[in-house]
Design a binder for this molecule. Structure first.
Ligand SMILES: Nc1ncnc2c1ncn2[C@@H]1O[C@H](COP(=O)(O)OP(=O)(O)O)[C@@H](O)[C@H]1O
Ligand SMILES: [Mg+2]
Length: 247
């Protein structure tokens, strides 16, 4: 298990994420969609927060803003102690590359690269020498239970196995914040439960903060807290007593 990056130690006092009055609209074909209508949200350090709400209510937009992939129109978004609007260009890319891991519903593995090469990508982008990147990738691939599959192409793996590769890739650089967009919805029940158990283990071992967008009621018991979203706003938070926090 690799050491925590220094940046994480320096800003432990701040919440993992604090959004205030966050807005984002999309305009196309003459119509404007107000995807975020004033998001106020605090995500404390550590643990697993799930973000739930009806399709189209703005969940993917919100986690894309939090991950620094999408620029909001207005409001504040403090992530790991850094206000994202103060970061531009390479500094934003560096912050994302160092501190954030992203897991997608459809895995988004590069089909022409082997499992181990896919997992090295964040480290290569961060400038890690290839031998070190490969060693770290091999270690985490073993941790997700795919130690003997490193030389294979993603296409020969099952959906659950591909998502485990995607998780290894999202975690290989020990990000302090991991953001997941419906990570189990393309998987059968058993694979989904296995993915959640893996993510829970990483939350504990690496003291990471994980935000998971989900439609999948079966994984809600894994949450430490559940943020409910509707029509571009956060409309409620359930904490551990009502969410499960299953370990
Ligand atoms: N790139 C985009 N261009 C135009 N409209 C978008 C874009 N991304 C999202 N939207 C719209 O914003 C709203 C919120 O979308 P999204 O954040 O994807 O919702 P959710 O993830 O909760 O289903 C929807 O009405 C969607 O159609
Ligand atoms: Mg979505």
């Amino acid at each position: 298990m690799s050491a925590l990056p220094a940046a994480r130690a320096a800003d432990t006092a701040a919440p993992a994420v604090r959004c205030r009055e966050l807005t984002k609209s999309f305009t196309g074909a003459g119509a404007t969609v107000h995807a975020l209508r004033g998001i106020d949200l605090d995500v404390p350090r550590g643990g697993m927060t799930m973000l739930v709400g009806p399709s189209g209510c703005g969940k993917t937009t919100l986690i894309s803003v939090i991950a620094g992939i999408l620029t909001p129109d207005g409001g504040e978004c403090l992530v790991l102690g850094t206000e994202l609007s103060t970061l531009h260009g390479q500094r934003l890319l560096d912050f994302r590359g160092r501190s954030i891991g992203f897991i997608f519903q459809q895995f988004h593995l590069v089909p022409t690269l082997t499992v181990i090469e896919n997992v090295t990508i964040p480290l290569i982008i961060n400038g890690t020498p290839t031998p070190h990147a490969r060693a770290a990738a091999a270690e985490i691939i073993a941790e997700v239970g795919l130690g003997d599959r490193g030389r294979e192409l993603p296409g020969v793996l099952s959906g659950g196995e591909q998502q485990r590769v995607a998780i290894a890739r999202a975690l290989v650089h020990s990000p302090a914040l991991v953001v997941c967009d419906e990570p189990t919805s393309a998987l059968d029940h058993e694979s989904g439960q296995m993915i959640m158990a893996l993510l829970r283990r990483f939350v504990s071992l690496r003291q990471a903060t994980i935000i998971i967008v989900t439609h999948d009621d079966r994984i809600l018991p894994f949450a430490d807290r559940i943020a409910r979203m509707d029509d571009g706003r956060i409309v409620g938070i359930d904490t551990e007593a009502t969410a499960g926090g299953q370990r």
